[in-house]
Design a protein around this ligand. Structure first.
Ligand code: GUN
Ligand code: ZN
Length: 448
C-alpha cells in the first residue's frame, strides 16, 4: 500500500537545546513524503519528486499547513478523563477525593472500553499519536485500552497500575497478584502490533517495598518493556515518602534501590529534583516527563528544564499532559504552559525546543527514535497536519509572523486541537477535521 503526502514539513536534525535553530530544525517548504506499508520510504522536494511518482499513487496535498511527526505524550492517565478539572485540592487530597473514586469505575469492562475509545479519539484530535498511559489496577482496563489502540493501529505504551497500600481496598492488588497480572498482560500485549507494555507502580507511597521489588524483577525479566511512575511532584508527597522509606537517601533512591531506574524508565513530574537526582537520571538513562498543565493546576511547582537538559549531563525529557490533573489533551497547549513555567523559573523555552520535546526529543527519551519522532525514510508514518490558520485569530496573527520560529511560537501559544487538520497513523488518515465522520479505524481509512 503506497500513498504520499505533500506540503511544508517540519522535522529535526538535532537537539535545539544544544544547536542553533537553523542546525536543529529541518524545514522543507514543499516536500513529498512517500509512504509504503505504514513506513516513510522517501522525503524529497516536491518539485523534483512528483515527476518520478507513479500516476496511481494518491497524494494528499496540504499547501498551507505544516506536516510534523505526530506528538508524543509521555505521561497521561486515561481513566481520569471523567474528572478533568476537579478543583480545589493539592495532589494527595485530590487523589483521595476524586482520582481513587473515578478509577473504581474501571472494574466495569464496558465503562473501560467506552472511555478508552473516547480517550484515543481525543488524543488523535489533538495530534498525539503515541502516549505512555496509566490504566487502573484492573487488568481489564489495560485490555480495553490496548484493544481500542489496536483498532487505530496507534503505537501506545500502557500498563496496569500497581498499588498494594494507601489506596481504597477496591483499588489494591498485592505484590504477587500485581506481578502475575502484569506478566500475563505483557505476554498478551507487549509487541503485539504496535502496542508496548509499561510496568506501572503508581508511586512510592502506594506500593510496599515488596511490590516495588517485584516491579523491578518483572521489568528486568521483560527487556523492551517500559517502567513508569511518579516522582517528586509535591512537597507533601515527598515528606510522606521520607516517612515511609526512612532508610533511603531520597525519593528517587527508593526507585533506584528497587531496580526501577534505567533506559525506558519514565518519571512523571520530577519538580523537586536536586543535583544528585538529575545525575542519577543522567547516569541511568532514565527519562523525565514534564507535565506543566498539571503542575500548574494542582499548584505542585515549577519543573527545572534548563537544569534537566544541562549539556554536560543531559537528562532525557519529554512532555506529558498528565490528564486528569492536567487540563488539555493538546501538546500545543502543553508547550504553551511549559513556556510559562520556564518563564516563571527565570528561563526561556524556545519554540524549536518545545516542538522537539513533543516529537524527536520524546522519541529519544523513550528509545523509539529509530521508529518515531521525525519525518525521514525508515520512520513509521505517524504524521500530523498543523494548520497555522485554524482559527480567525490564528490566521490573523500568523500573517504577521516573519519566520518559521515565530509561526511555531504562535501555534504553541494560540493553537489547540483546532490546529490539527488531520492525523495519520502508520500512513493512514485516522482523523480528518474536515470530514463529517472525523475518525476512522485503521484499514477503513483509504475508502473515505
Ligand atoms: N501521583 C500518584 N498518582 C497520581 C496521579 O494519578 N496523578 C498525579 N498527578 N500524580 C499522582
Ligand atoms: Zn500522573
Amino acid at each position: 500500500m503506497r500513498r504520499a503526502l505533500r506540503g511544508p514539513t517540519l522535522s529535526f536534525r538535532g537537539d535545539p537545546f544544544r544547536l542553533p535553530f537553523e542546525e536543529a530544525v529541518h524545514f522543507r517548504p514543499d516536500a513529498l513524503i512517500v509512504i509504503e506499508d505504514g513506513v516513510i520510504v522517501a522525503v524529497e522536494d516536491a518539485a523534483t519528486a512528483l515527476a518520478a511518482l507513479p500516476a496511481d499513487i494518491e497524494v494528499d496535498h496540504y499547501p498551507d499547513a505544516i506536516l510534523s511527526a505526530g506528538f508524543i505524550d509521555a505521561h497521561v492517565h486515561y481513566p481520569q478523563m471523567q474528572m478533568i478539572g476537579a478543583y480545589g485540592d493539592e495532589l494527595l487530597a485530590w487523589l483521595e477525593k476524586y482520582t481513587f473514586v473515578a478509577e473504581q469505575d474501571f472494574a466495569d469492562a464496558a465503562h473501560a472500553s467506552d472511555v478508552a475509545g473516547r480517550f484515543l479519539r481525543e488524543l488523535l484530535r489533538a495530534g498525539t499519536t503515541t502516549a505512555a498511559v496509566y490504566c487502573t489496577v484492573h487488568p481489564g482496563s489495560v485490555e480495553a485500552f490496548f484493544t481500542e489502540s489496536e483498532r487505530f493501529n496507534t503505537r501506545m505504551i500502557a500498563g496496569k497500575v500497581l498499588m498494594d497500600r494507601n489506596a481504597p481496598e477496591a483499588l489494591r492488588d498485592t505484590a504477587e497478584t500485581g506481578y502475575e497480572q502484569s506478566k500475563a498482560l505483557i505476554e498478551r500485549w507487549h509487541g503485539r502490533g504496535r502496542q508496548l507494555y509499561c510496568v506501572t507502580p503508581r508511586f512510592a507511597p502506594s506500593s510496599t517495598e515488596a511490590q516495588l521489588e517485584e516491579a523491578g524483577r518483572l521489568w528486568r525479566e521483560h527487556p523492551g518493556t517500559y517502567l513508569q511512575t511518579h516522582l517528586c511532584e509535591n512537597r507533601g508527597e515527598i515528606d510522606w515518602v521520607r516517612q515511609l522509606f526512612p532508610e533511603r537517601s531520597s525519593y528517587l533512591d527508593v526507585y533506584d534501590h528497587a531496580g526501577l531506574t534505567g533506559p525506558c524508565a519514565i518519571f512523571g513530574h520530577a519538580v523537586y529534583m536536586d543535583e544528585t537526582d538529575f545525575a542519577c537520571c543522567h547516569r541511568t538513562g532514565s527519562a523525565l516527563a514534564h507535565c506543566p498543565t498539571s503542575n500548574l493546576f494542582l499548584g505542585s511547582g515549577l519543573f527545572k528544564m534548563v537544569e534537566a537538559r544541562r549539556t554536560d549531563r543531559p537528562v532525557h525529557v519529554a512532555l506529558g499532559t498528565d490528564l486528569g490533573a492536567g487540563t488539555a489533551f493538546s501538546q500545543l497547549q502543553t508547550m504553551n504552559e511549559a513556556y510559562k513555567v520556564a518563564k516563571l523559573g527565570g528561563t526561556t523555552l524556545t519554540p524549536a525546543q518545545a516542538f522537539w520535546l513533543a516529537t524527536r526529543g520524546a522519541a529519544e527519551a523513550l528509545h523509539l527514535d529509530d521508529r518515531l519522532g521525525t519525518i525521514e525514510p525508515g520512520k513509521e508514518a505517524d504524521i500530523i497536519v498543523l494548520d497555522p490558520k485554524a482559527t480567525p485569530l490564528l490566521e490573523f496573527r500568523s500573517a504577521y509572523c516573519r519566520d518559521l520560529s515565530e509561526t511555531l511560537s504562535v501555534l504553541m501559544t494560540l493553537g489547540d486541537d483546532r490546529a490539527i487538520r488531520a492525523t495519520y497513523v502508520a500512513g493512514e488518515r485516522v482523523y480528518d477535521r474536515e470530514r463529517k465522520e472525523a475518525f476512522c479505524y485503521a484499514g477503513e481509512g483509504q475508502t473515505q
